[in-house]
Design a protein around this ligand. Structure first.
Ligand SMILES: Cc1cc2nc3c(=O)[nH]c(=O)nc-3n(C[C@H](O)[C@H](O)[C@H](O)COP(=O)(O)O)c2cc1C
Length: 337
């Protein structure tokens, strides 16, 4: 019998992933000062493609210079970015992978102090366990319209560059996470207050991207929960997931929230965020990705067999050695005999 990790998966929009392993977005900080891809960025992704993963995501790319969270971050904020992005997309296709671009605005999570205009839903400092972030200014309705336009323009650039999908970063405490979370969104207009209002900016972005780039599948990197007292819960995210899929999202890439992507202190072993993804599996027509310290064949096969997730993201274990991962995990028993 074929191992489950090699089973192709066809998304709602008809896009087929050749297997169940995903390289999640991981910032390489190899872009130049203007956010343009460099030779080093290209080599980095050619290297990751050697993992044999069916889907290789390209790292978080800012949609506006004010939305940068670190230096040498890749950009999708200007048409000048398209040429470099298209070379990367085409190299990944050439290597046999499906590929997507993650797009982001840091909002108030300007860890490196480089944003020219730190802004967030309510002017509330993003709480973080490991750092003190700047206090953002509260966004106006014009700012909201600008963000929406920036995300859509970035998706159009991903489309022109030849990516198969675009992923909106809504997790790890970055901009859209700040809109979803009651910790950082305490507005009293139509974009704040109830969960429905806090999700509004994101749903409007998803619908506008679907309309502007119908060829692209849309993925959202969402928190399974905020992982912070008083933040988003599993129940909240179950509801948000329903709305997202209703708006056209094909993949829910489930990670963590305001607390950042790191392993929670009380979690041991492989799959430290799979418990946050599993409640969403089968609840909508979208595919669900689980992540967190995953590295072995046994663990990957187990979470697929027990139907906790549809797709398995392997980050650092692939980053450490894509070729070694391919030889250890992506060979069939048939090839070994
Ligand atoms: C170097 C590095 C950069 C990362 N950059 C991003 C990013 O750009 N976007 C994102 O959503 N997550 C990012 N992450 C989080 C990973 O996608 C992933 O969720 C995390 O590493 C946990 O998976 P792992 O234990 O398999 O590495 C990054 C992680 C690492 C190690």
């Amino acid at each position: 019998m074929t191992a489950l990790r090699f089973a192709p998966l066809t998304l709602i929009n008809g896009l087929t992933l050749k297997n169940r392993v995903v390289v999640p977005p991981m910032a390489s900080q190899t872009a130049d000062n203007n956010g343009l891809a460099t030779e080093q960025t290209l080599t980095h992704y050619q290297n990751l493609a050697q993992s044999g993963a069916g889907l290789v995501m390209v790292e978080y790319s800012h949609v506006n210079l004010a939305g940068r969270s670190e230096s040498n971050q890749l950009g999708a904020h200007d048409d000048a970015c398209i040429a470099g992005l298209s070379i990367i997309a085409s190299a990944l296709h050439h290597a046999g992978a499906t590929t997507g671009l993650q797009i982001t605005h840091c909002g108030g999570k300007d860890s490196a102090g480089i944003s020219s205009d730190v802004m967030g839903p309510s002017g509330i400092t993003v709480p973080a366990y490991d750092r003190v972030l700047p206090t953002p200014r509260a966004m106006t309705l014009d700012d909201i319209a600008q963000w929406q336009q920036d995300f859509v323009s970035a998706a159009i650039r991903a489309d022109k560059a030849g990516f198969d999908l675009v992923e909106i970063h809504c997790a790890h405490g970055y901009g859209i996470n700040q809109w979803l979370s009651p910790l950082t969104n305490q507005r009293d207009d139509q974009y704040g207050g109830s969960l429905e209002n806090r999700t509004r900016i994101l749903l409007e972005i998803v619908r506008a991207i679907k309309q502007a780039t119908p060829r692209l599948a849309v993925m959202t990197r969402i928190p399974g929960q905020d992982g912070y007292p008083g933040g988003l819960s599993h129940t909240d995210m179950g509801q948000v997931a329903q709305w997202l899929v209703g708006a056209g999202v094909e993949i829910l890439n489930v990670s963590s929230g305001i607390g950042g992507w790191n392993r929670p202190k009380d979690k041991r072993g492989e799959g430290f965020l799979v418990d946050d993804a599993a409640p969403l599996k089968g609840k909508t027509s979208a595919a669900v990705i689980g992540v967190g310290g995953i590295e072995t064949v046994d663990y990957i096969e187990t979470i697929l067999a027990t139907k906790q997730v549809d797709l398995v993201a392997v980050g650092r274990a692939i980053l450490a050695g894509p070729g070694e991962f391919a030889a250890r995990v992506m060979v069939t028993e048939l090839a070994l005999s």
